[in-house]
Design a protein around this ligand. Structure first.
Ligand SMILES: [Zn+2]
Length: 817
């Protein structure tokens, strides 16, 4: 007895110390039999970090909109972890073509789409195996694991599923647990797709993650996803088109990795496909972005997603379970690390090679324009660790973005010069070049995104290295509100100006704005100029402080004047000077709208403009008293047909006629206005090619793209006397996402494609689509009774990155009367 007791005391505690708990042991249920809540995932990673302090480092790199922690685990052998910072520094020397690195860096990102929820489950088994059965992989590899890129979306899905799941779970695909509905967990809190945001960094998750990513720039990055239930599994190599900057090695190594995965899948009799659907072009994905930063970026897609639950019957009658899905993602995760561990030298050599001078055709991009827009651009560049300079006084020749021909531009200390003679040259080329060269035109995403167009800047792409000096940031010295001023003036031509206005309105400051250009104190002011008078704001306590703070907060110049008597134009008391009131604004959400298009508007108000908005869901919309609102927004979407009953249409129209302002976007336009005489907007029809052709079944995909514009840039004409276009020049580069086509509005065509403007300046457009969009409306206004309707055929808020479109949206809110 005594002996046994001694045995117990000596051995059991030692044994339990040594044995790491698997996810199943830690969570108290077998992995794959439940969905794990995000906080439980966090608990498991924290447990591992405590149990394996010598082999793991866990950081919280940020928080989501809903305050969930964002985690990054770094793991390797004890020895490597002791030298972690040295390993990182040696690896990063590669950006200068230097260093003698001898470790491979692999980064695994899980669950960017929240309802593709197998990922995070698989991550737990993968990290556990790396500490136990597969620890040999770590000898020459540092593995970074982000267990959940999108915790808000994932928990939205998991909580929903747990509420509606049958007990035991039901594999019948008709059961509720397989029908997640509109407010799905795919996107983040603001319904943004985080796998479209790597380059634009509009979301907090992306912004915080990129800081970590830039510290490591891994050799290999995997983004784990899920696709439809009936698809088996997709892994590298990716599909065409590949961007031309992708190196031969990057292509080849995708094949090496794919073959290794295939070996395991073949052994298990699992199905998979490669080289299809998922291309490498658009730079804002979790596969392309790391690729343009020198890594092997890949997307892995398991069949399942928000539809699959814990188990579902597929169309061929098999049952797909969460356990199967975990097994597959777990296998490819480990297989990726295995391949990396066997190719450490090659990966390091090629990474250094990637960062050697590429000798791209365009050596410098020179940009001029509105200082606010330049500032917005340099903010983005800094986040990507892209260096830029300011110009000296010289004339730069090259490709002119505005004309599409060779031209020249004066470079000054106000110009920004971005050179490809820097570590991030490939990323610079991809983001700035006028047109991305495609190896094929069939892609499932936009084909153009060039930043000079997106930011509305004049630009030249030069084939020579343009000199410049390192910029020093300068603060605008604004004339701060004084007691003896009659009014203060502020210009209106950027999102920054809109944010400044929004702050004033939130503080109940009354602001006027000019419908006609005017000259005062020898200075000319454009349409849209904000006029903040003292007498309008007599009742406002701390008027001067509010104004001064707003000016400081937005680094915004305001000028004071002692008179409202203008030298030319209209005086401040004129009918051509309108008052902007604090507004009540609502947006429709739910089935009629697209989650993404709704989310862009929601995010615009709360994170960009900082102005309140009410969200009206379709299911109680008919009961809402619209007279409470000044503005109603109908986002783009495909589901309006069922929603817009005669009753709802009449309700909306009556509200407009009594003075409401309606903003109608994309697909909502057709659904609301077609065959209704109250609206003057008319769709443009074209005769279909009537020749009776026959083509083989196989080429049909190519035939389809004739009528496609998946995302291309067109040069539009702007009527900047229309309040919808205040603050703009006479041209605007619009990102077209389809062939929606409306005729010009009689007096209200603020932005439109003029004759001959149906050729994209950048990106791909099919021949039929080009015919259809010729001479059509982009943005316009129409009066109805005492109210206004604003049409947005194109989407100025698309993915939150088309910076130069945002002022149109602000104009629709504040300038259109
Ligand atoms: Zn996905």
């Amino acid at each position: 007895m005594k002996q046994i007791l001694r045995f117990t005391l000596l051995f059991i505690p030692l044994f339990s110390l040594a044995q790491l708990k698997s996810p199943s042991e830690f969570l108290g249920y077998e992995l794959g039999t439940q969905f794990t809540s995000h906080h439980e995932v966090v608990d498991y990673y924290q447990y591992l970090a405590e149990a394996e302090p010598q082999r793991m480092k866990l950081i919280e790199y940020g928080k989501t909109n809903e305050r969930r922690p964002l985690l990054l685990a770094t793991i390797s052998t004890k020895e490597n972890m002791q030298n972690l910072e040295k390993i990182r520094e040696e690896h990063m020397k590669g950006l200068n073509g230097e260093g003698t690195p001898d470790k491979a860096i692999v980064w695994l990102s899980y669950n960017v789409h929240g309802n593709e929820s197998v990922s995070t489950e698989a991550s737990m088994q993968t990290i556990y195996d790396l500490f136990t059965t597969k620890s040999s992989y770590l000898e020459d590899v540092v593995v970074l694991i982000d267990p959940c890129i999108n915790p808000d979306g994932r928990d939205r899905y998991v909580n929903w599923y747990n509420q509606f799941k049958n007990s035991p779970n039901q594999v019948d695909p008709n059961s509720k647990e397989h029908h997640e509905g509109w407010w799905s967990g795919r996107s983040n809190h603001y319904m943004f797709d985080l796998n479209r945001d790597w380059a634009w960094l509009t979301q907090v998750e992306s912004q915080q993650r990129l800081k970590q990513f830039n510290k490591w720039l891994p050799h290999v990055h995997v983004d784990f996803h899920e696709q439809g239930v009936d698809n088996p599994y997709y892994f590298a190599p990716a599909a065409e088109p590949f961007h031309e900057v992708i190196t031969d090695f990057q292509r080849e190594f995708q094949v090496t990795i794919g073959k290794n995965h295939a070996k395991y899948f073949d052994e298990n009799g699992w199905f998979y496909f490669t080289k299809e659907v998922f291309d490498l072009l658009y730079p804002s994905y979790g596969d392309t972005y790391p690729t343009y930063n020198g890594g092997i970026g890949m997307t892995y897609e398991q069949g399942g997603s928000g539809r699959a639950g814990l188990g579902i019957i597929t169309s061929i009658g098999d049952t797909l379970t969460l356990k199967d899905r975990i097994a597959h993602h777990h296998t490819t995760g480990l297989s990726t690390i295995e391949v990396a561990s066997k190719n450490v030298t090659k990966l390091n050599e090629e990474f250094i090679k990637f960062y050697k001078n590429k000798n791209y055709k365009y050596k410098s991009y020179v940009l001029n324009g509105n200082p606010d827009k330049l500032e917005a651009l340099t903010d983005l560049l800094s986040k990507h660790e892209i260096k830029y300079k300011v110009g000296d006084n010289s004339t730069v020749k090259g490709y002119n973005y505005a004309t599409g021909k060779s031209g020249s531009l004066k470079s000054s200390h106000k110009s920004i010069i971005v050179s490809t003679d820097q570590a991030k040259s490939t990323l610079v080329k991809v983001l700035f070049e006028p047109t991305a060269k495609l190896s094929d035109s069939v892609t499932y995403d936009i084909t153009a995104w060039s930043l000079p167009y997106a930011y509305g800047l004049d630009a030249i792409a030069s084939e020579s290295n343009v000199t410049g000096t390192v910029s020093s940031s300068q603060n605008i010295s604004s004339e701060i509100a004084k007691d003896d001023s009659y009014a203060y003036l502020a210009d209106w031509n950027s999102m920054k100006d809109a944010r400044f206005l929004a702050e004033l309105l939130r503080n109940k400051i009354r602001v006027r704005y000019a419908h006609k250009p005017f000259t005062l104190d020898g200075i000319s002011h454009d349409r849209g100029t904000l006029i903040i008078t003292k007498s309008d704001n007599k009742q406002v306590k701390n008027f001067n402080t509010i104004l001064t703070n707003a000016s400081k907060n937005h680094n915004k110049t305001i000028t004071s004047t002692n008179t409202g008597f203008v030298e030319s134009g209209k005086d401040f008391g004129s009918g051509y000077v309108d008052v902007i009131q604090d507004l009540n604004i609502a947006v429709l959400s739910g089935e009629p709208t697209s989650t993404l298009r709704f989310g862009e508007i929601w995010n615009f108000f709360e994170q960009q403009l900082n102005y309140p908005i009410s969200v009206l869901d379709e299911d109680y919309f008919s009961r809402v008293d619209l007279t409470t609102y000044d503005i109603l927004i109908l986002p783009d979407g495909w589901g309006y047909k069922g929603f817009l009953s005669t009753h709802i249409k009449e309700k909306i129209k009556n509200w407009v006629k009594r003075g409401g302002k309606l903003i109608v976007m994309g697909g909502a336009i057709d659904a609301l206005t077609s065959s209704d005489k109250d609206f003057t907007i008319k769709e443009k029809e074209i005769e279909k090619d009537s020749t009776n052709t026959i083509s083989s079944f196989e080429v049909s995909e190519r035939e389809q793209i004739k009528s496609a514009i998946t995302g291309a840039i067109f040069k539009a004409t702007v009527d900047n006397t229309n309040p919808l276009a205040y603050g703009y020049d006479d041209t605007y580069f619009t990102l077209k996402l389809g062939d929606r086509a409306y005729k010009y509005l009689e007096n209200g065509s603020a932005v439109y494609l003029s004759e001959g403007a149906n050729q994209p300046v950048s990106g791909f457009a099919g021949s039929e689509a080009k015919k259809k969009i010729a001479e059509t409306l982009i943005f316009g206004t129409e009066e109805m009774g005492r109210g206004q309707i604003i049409y947005m055929v194109d989407n100025p808020l698309f993915r939150g990155f088309w910076e130069n479109g945002k002022l149109f949206f602000a104009n629709a809110l504040f300038m259109v009367k």
